[in-house]
Ligand binder design. Structure first.
Ligand code: SF4
Ligand code: SF4
Length: 152
């Protein structure tokens, strides 16, 4: 049995990860690993980068087609999609955030890993309010594949 089945925590080996060139461009990373009837990410994608064999299948992403627009992050009810862009020594991570208070742009928050443990400080670069607010943080690039939430 995989760890996500026991504890609900995804591991990197469970995911389809982008390569370095895609990370420089900035792409969505889909961490949806449980087959459930759901597909708003497919419908939201303007470039048809996300596909599914059927409504119960897992979404697949074509990193060549992804333009990093973030629409799939906003619509995912499972809060399972993240944008990651690596610029020099830093990573910009855009993640869904549904708690209050919302972080303020320009503030420093704690970045959390998939288990909810604090891993480093992160600068809040952008807060886009909506049905699901999405927050863009900047942190050292070695945490690009670890940071998936924040603590305000
Ligand atoms: S970030 Fe935009 S282009 Fe990329 S998969 Fe999501 S919706 Fe599609
Ligand atoms: S919208 Fe989210 S939960 Fe639904 S299939 Fe897409 S990635 Fe998975």
């Amino acid at each position: 049995m995989k760890r996500w089945e026991r504890e609900g925590v995804a591991e990197l080996e469970d995911l389809n990860l982008p390569d370095e060139e895609h990370l420089k461009k900035g792409v969505a990373i889909i961490e949806c690993i449980q087959e459930i009837p759901c597909n708003p990410c497919v419908d939201a994608c303007p470039t048809k980068a996300i596909s599914m064999e059927n409504i119960n299948a897992l979404p697949e992403i074509d990193y060549d087609k992804c333009v990093g627009c973030g629409k799939c992050v906003e619509v995912c009810p499972g809060l399972a999609v993240f944008l990651v862009k690596v610029v020099d020594d830093f990573a910009l991570i855009t993640l869904p955030y549904e708690f209050l208070p919302l972080p303020e742009e320009g503030s420093i928050v704690k970045a959390l890993n998939r288990e909810g443990k604090e891993i480093c400080d992160a600068a809040v670069k952008k807060v886009k309010k909506g049905k699901t607010t999405i927050v863009t943080i900047e942190l050292p690039k070695e945490y690009a594949m670890e940071a998936r939430n924040i603590k305000v």
